[in-house]
Design a binder for this molecule. Structure first.
Ligand SMILES: Cc1cc2nc3c(=O)[nH]c(=O)nc-3n(C[C@H](O)[C@H](O)[C@H](O)COP(=O)(O)O)c2cc1C
Length: 337
């Protein structure tokens, strides 16, 4: 009989943790306190590089190291304006893991990260990107379905599982997007995942330092309230964002329309428009998560928000996830024997 420990042993080994559950990086939210608490509880924390000033990011790494001797990752967004500088300074810190998010990292970025001694995880949003990332030297992949909160790809997890997870054999694959119960975990492990990543549910922990209004909005929300921004017109290519419906989402639609008009008139380039969009999200997320303005700020959340009912201590959340996963595995074994 296989146990949960058997099923996720490759994830444990790869991350060097007892519980291969990753707390996905969340800009403004995943700071040294949250990251070290997650890692000290036996799971795996990811520090959000976001748009942070590189020197400040280094300070956060130093603080994380003061708070935990357990492994953690630094998440860098390849489309952030100061990405190159961040990568240079993070590499000098010799952190154990670097996660590249946002776009497809260049071979040189992956090499630079690996040369610093870090294991590299990259987001793969389809099969050909997965292959390219493995060729470029990624040590592991993250498949994140469009159910997730924050910046998202176009494809849901159920498709990515079939399109990518079932095809990739040579590197460990973690999965994310829509995971809100431990019960789903053994199913994902049996499909080939080595571990999982959650973001939305980690917001609903005592130790997550967001404004209480942000957490309350999550508790009230249903799955269908976590909507994705639409792609309008071919003039503007923006990465979609999933967040709770509010005035801030309406304001973003207005911004998108304005930028499309400016693009049509040839007033701004695609890069400038994208930069404008990202500046909007970084500011809007801060406004909601830190300042507590849940009307006009951005309440980035995944559809798994509909599976959350309460705020828990991180250790309790992880114990519940593990216990639910074990119970489900027994149930599956009973069915199969
Ligand atoms: C508020 C919020 C902010 C996020 N910021 C980032 C980020 O800065 N970098 C990143 O790679 N992913 C980011 N994500 C995605 C999470 O790391 C994680 O992959 C995702 O939340 C998993 O799906 P779930 O929301 O269904 O749990 C963010 C998600 C949320 C909810």
């Amino acid at each position: 009989m296989k146990t949960l420990q058997d099923l996720w042993s490759k994830g444990k080994q790869f991350l060097g943790v007892d519980i291969p559950v990753m707390c996905g990086a969340m800009t403004w939210i995943s700071e040294s306190g949250l990251v070290s608490t997650v890692s000290n509880a036996g799971a795996f924390g990811c520090l959000a590089g976001g748009n942070m000033d590189p020197a400040q990011l280094v300070q956060e790494i130093v603080k994380t190291r003061q708070l935990t001797d357990k492994p953690f990752a630094v998440n860098l967004i390849t489309i952030a304006p100061n990405f190159k500088k961040q990568l240079e300074m993070v590499s000098a810190q010799e952190v154990p893991f670097i996660v590249f998010a946002g776009g497809i990292p260049k071979v040189s970025d992956i090499q630079q990260a690996r040369a610093s001694g870090a294991k590299v995880l990259c987001f793969a949003s389809n099969e050909s990107i997965a292959k390219r990332l493995i060729d470029r030297g990624a040590d592991a992949l993250m498949l994140e379905g469009s159910e997730a909160g924050g910046h998202i790809g176009h494809v849901s997890l159920i498709i990515l599982l079939q399109q990518v997870l079932f095809q990739v054999q040579n590197v460990p694959v973690f999965v994310a997007g829509g995971i809100g119960t431990g019960r789903i975990i053994p199913h994902l492990l049996l499909m080939g995942a080595v571990g999982v990543q959650l973001g939305t549910h980690f917001v609903l922990t005592d130790e997550c330092n967001v404004h209480p209004n942000f957490k309350e909005a999550f508790i009230r929300a249903r799955a269908r309230d976590a909507i994705a921004t639409p792609q309008i017109g071919s003039e503007l290519h923006v990465v979609a964002v999933r967040a709770l419906r509010n005035k801030g989402m309406d304001q973003f639609s207005d911004l998108q329309m304005r930028l499309i008009q400016s693009r049509k008139r040839g007033e701004i380039s695609q890069e400038e428009a994208q930069f404008e969009v990202e500046r909007y999200w970084v500011g809007a997320l801060r406004r909601a998560a830190i300042d507590g303005d849940i009307e006009k700020g951005s309440l980035m959340a995944g559809q798994s928000v509909g599976l959350a009912q309460e705020i828990k201590p991180i250790r309790k959340m992880l114990a519940d996830l593990t216990e639910e996963a074990e119970r489900e595995l027994h149930r599956m074994q009973d069915i199969l024997t």
